[in-house]
Each structure stands twice: as C-alpha cells, then as structure tokens.
Design a protein around this ligand. Structure first.
Ligand code: EPU
Length: 425
C-alpha cells in the first residue's frame, strides 16, 4: 500500500492550478442517468471516487468515454419499448467504497420508476444515515422498503409526483438526490431548508442547461417544475473549494506564499475570513487567490456549519493550523459526530488537543515532530499531510488511498510548491 513521506520545514512557495470539485463532479455525473442524450463534462478531477462513479454508471448501462480533451461523455440511452429492462441495481461492493453512490437513487427512480441501491453502511466520520433521502422520495410517491441491506423502490404508475419537502437537517447529497428526482417528476416540488453548497448550485446549473426548470438557486428554498425529458449538454465542473482551502492552509502554516489559479474565491469566503484572522495576507482576483504569511499564525475559533458557514471538510486542516498557532482555540464540529479521528494522530506528532464531545480545544505548541501516522478518512488525511509539512523531521502517512479519493496528484502539486514529499509503494 502506498505511503507519503514528508520531510517538514520547507516553506510553501509557488503557484498551482486547482482541480475540478469532486463533490460537484459526482452528482453531475449521476445526473447523466437522467438524459437520453450525451452529457459531456469537462474539468472532472482524476480521482478514485470519480472512477468509482464511472464504474457504477457503467453497471447502470450508461456508456462512458473520455475524449482527447479529457472530457467525459456519459450516454444513458433510453430503453426503447422492446429494449431489455433498465439496469437499476447499485451493488454493495461499489456503494461501500463510496457513499456518494447514493446519488444514483433519485435519478434511477425518476427516470425508470424503480431502483435497487445498497445502503452505504458505516463511515469513519459519523453514522451518516440516508433516512432524509428516503422520506422525501416517499413523499414524491415512491414505495420504498429496506431489505437485505438494499433500498428497494418502485413508483406506482411509473412516475414520481411533485411534493413539498422540508429537510429537518441540511443535507447536501439529500438535496441533490431530491432535486434530480424532481426534474422528471409530474408537477412541482418545493425543497425547504435545502443545502446551498456551491456544489449543489453547480448541479442545478448543469440540470437547467439540460432543460430542467429549477429556481431559487443559491437560496434554501428550491422550486423544481418537473419536465417530460432532459437533453444532453456540455458542462464544466466548478473548481474544488476544499482542495483550494487545503493548499491555502499549507502556505499559511509554513509561513510561505501561494497563488491558486482557476478558483472561485466567493465559494471560499468563510475560509478566507478565518485565514485573515490568523494573520494571513490575502488578495483575490476573479479566478485566483494569493496568500502570504510572514508570522506565526494566531489561533482561531471555528464552528463548522452548512454553507455559507465554515465547511466541515476544512475542519481537520484548520485544526492543524491551530496546533502550532499562538494561543488557545476551540473547534466545534456541528455536522458529523465523529469527525475527530485526526486528533489522536496529531497528538502523536506533539499537538496538544483536548476533546470534549464535539468540541476540540487546541493549545498551540511551538512545533510538531514527524511521526508515522495513519490516514483515517479523506479530510483527516489532508490534515496529516499539512502537519507533515511543518513537523520537524520525517512524517510517514499510511493508508493514503483515502487522500487519493479527493486530492488530485497531491504529492506532485506540493512538490511543485517546494515541499519535500514523495510517494512510496
Ligand atoms: N443526515 C441525516 N440523514 C440523512 C442525510 C444526512 O441524518 O438522510 C445528517 C448526516 O448524518 C450529517 C448531516 O446530516 O450529520 C449532514 O450530512 P450531509 O447529508 O450534508 O452529508 P453528505 O451529503 O453525505 C456531503 C459531502 C461530504 C461533506 C458533507 C457536508 C458529497 C459527496 N459529500 O456529504 O464530503 O462533508 O456533504 O458538507 O458531496 C468529503 O468530501 O470529504 C466529504 C465527506
């Protein structure tokens, strides 16, 4: 199994291009199941999760090709009257490796009137049920039972109907699933307390380009008027704000300088504000961000929240900044109940963090020291990479397949930024 070896102490210095957003690419790829013509996507990052989604869509009878411009064509041909029955089975073997597989549930059900999708099962960051997806689809007319670990659904009459959906908790993939289901439902669906993450907005833009009728974009109330069919389109996935934020923190903690190209600064507002408070100097243009840091960062209190609040997907990374910052800080994780797996690994590198339920109290120390550590989930692993960049000596991070799920060529990008990092098989 691959490992990352980092020798800490070098300042980040340079510029990189930010990749397409994983969490926008995955739902948009699933939306390919809604159209009978080709959906052509560019700026899709080359990541393990993207490959998994391609494999899943292939099992669901979509034809996928990648052209010479690295554009992905997704063609989910309509089953004709005498065609074989559509493939609607998303197997446990794939779903267990990537929870985002649940995103095929809404498209399958609305397009084919049935779906058979594995329940995702356990997860390293919290219990992560999908009850809200299921309840909303039931309100839209689906019969759903959970049997033998699978969500088994069909729609009497074959077509979902519009409904008023209220989500008790803001759910990103839940909102995405219901938006997709509603595009082909009969009548109008209203989603209240919808997620407003930029990745949700990106999916909506793509669906509207395919002929969907979705309004309320960027608000927590979405109105979707169902249409008879969706066509193909060409769409460019937005840049990854979490990848961008992770590299900004790399520069901030090493007291370095970075310029990110191909980013959307407005999607990073909460992160940029937090970094400014730690003492970073930040300037932005339309599609670039530059950060320089010349002093030891000041500790910052953080509470994670749905967008536009501070993202849970940046919690581990900002915690690393706090471990070596001047002062004591409090980090409250409000989205997932178990997203502190990195704390024990950071403690092995000399961090002083106390955990009380969903709150971490970090007492900034002068330095971390390199150690062998274990990646436990995607963002926790990104945090360990950041810790390795500032630790004295060598840090060896094992189980980095977690990182490969969400960061495109991380060691190449960091090497380009002057870090001492390499991958060992
Ligand atoms: N929740 C329920 N029931 C549901 C759905 C969600 O109780 O039916 C709860 C969850 O357990 C959690 C909260 O609602 O406590 C929010 O979860 P959400 O559904 O928003 O998370 P998700 O859609 O499964 C997406 C991202 C995550 C990101 C979260 C929060 C994708 C593919 N995944 O997950 O990304 O952390 O939203 O922003 O978009 C990552 O990229 O590392 C990652 C984990």
């Amino acid at each position: 199994m691959d490992k990352l070896i980092i020798t800490g102490g070098k300042k980040i210095d340079g510029e990189i291009v930010i990749s397409g957003a994983k969490n926008a690419a995955l739902p948009i790829m699933a939306a390919g199941l809604l159209a009978s013509e080709s959906l052509i996507l560019s700026n899709v990052p080359h990541l393990k999760d993207v490959t998994t989604m391609m494999e899943l869509l292939g099992l669901l009878d979509a034809r996928l090709t990648v052209d010479e411009n690295m554009e992905i064509h997704i063609d989910s041909a309509s089953p004709g009257p005498h065609n074989q029955t559509p493939k609607i089975h998303a197997p446990y073997e794939l779903v267990k490796t990537m929870r985002a597989s649940i995103l095929v549930l809404g498209p399958l059900l609305t397009r084919f009137g049935k779906a058979h999708v594995s329940l995702p099962g356990g997860c390293a960051i919290g219990s992560r049920p999908v009850d809200l997806h299921i309840k909303a689809l039931q309100r839209m007319g689906a019969n759903i039972i959970v049997e033998n670990g699978y969500i088994c659904c069909d729609v009497p009459g074959g077509r979902l109907h519009g409904a008023d959906i209220y989500f008790d908790t803001v759910t990103v993939t839940g909102t995405e699933n219901i938006i997709m289901a509603a595009t082909l439902a009969k009548g109008t669906t209203t989603i209240s307390n919808a997620a407003r993450e930029p990745e949700v907005t990106d999916l909506i833009h793509c669906l509207n380009a395919m002929g969907a009728r979705i309004s309320g974009i960027n608000t927590s109330t979405l109105i979707i008027e169902g249409v008879e069919k969706l066509s193909g389109t060409k769409y460019t996935v937005i840049p990854d704000r979490i990848e961008a934020g992770t590299y900004l923190i790399a520069a901030a903690i090493t007291r370095g300088r970075i310029r990110l190209k191909k980013v959307v600064p407005s999607t990073l507002e909460a992160v940029l504000k937090a970094l400014e408070k730690t003492g970073a100097n930040i300037t932005c243009g339309d599609d670039w961000i530059e950060l320089t840091m010349s002093q030891r960062p000041k500790a910052i209190d953080i509470q994670t929240a749905p967008y536009p609040g501070f993202p849970t997907d940046m919690q581990a990374q900002i915690m690393v900044l706090n471990t070596i910052a001047e002062g004591t800080s409090t980090i409250v994780e409000n989205i997932f109940e178990n997203r502190f797996m990195h704390v024990q690994e950071l403690a092995r590198m000399g961090a002083n963090i106390q955990l009380h339920g969903n709150t971490a109290i970090c007492h900034g120390v002068e330095k971390l020291t390199g150690a062998p550590v274990m990646a436990t989930d995607l963002r926790a692993s990104a945090g360990l990479v950041l810790a390795g960049l500032i630790a004295e000596g060598k840090t060896c991070i094992e189980r980095i397949y977690h990182i490969d799920r969400g960061y495109e060529r991380i060691e190449e990008k960091l090497f380009q930024l002057n870090a001492n990092i390499n991958r060992q098989a």
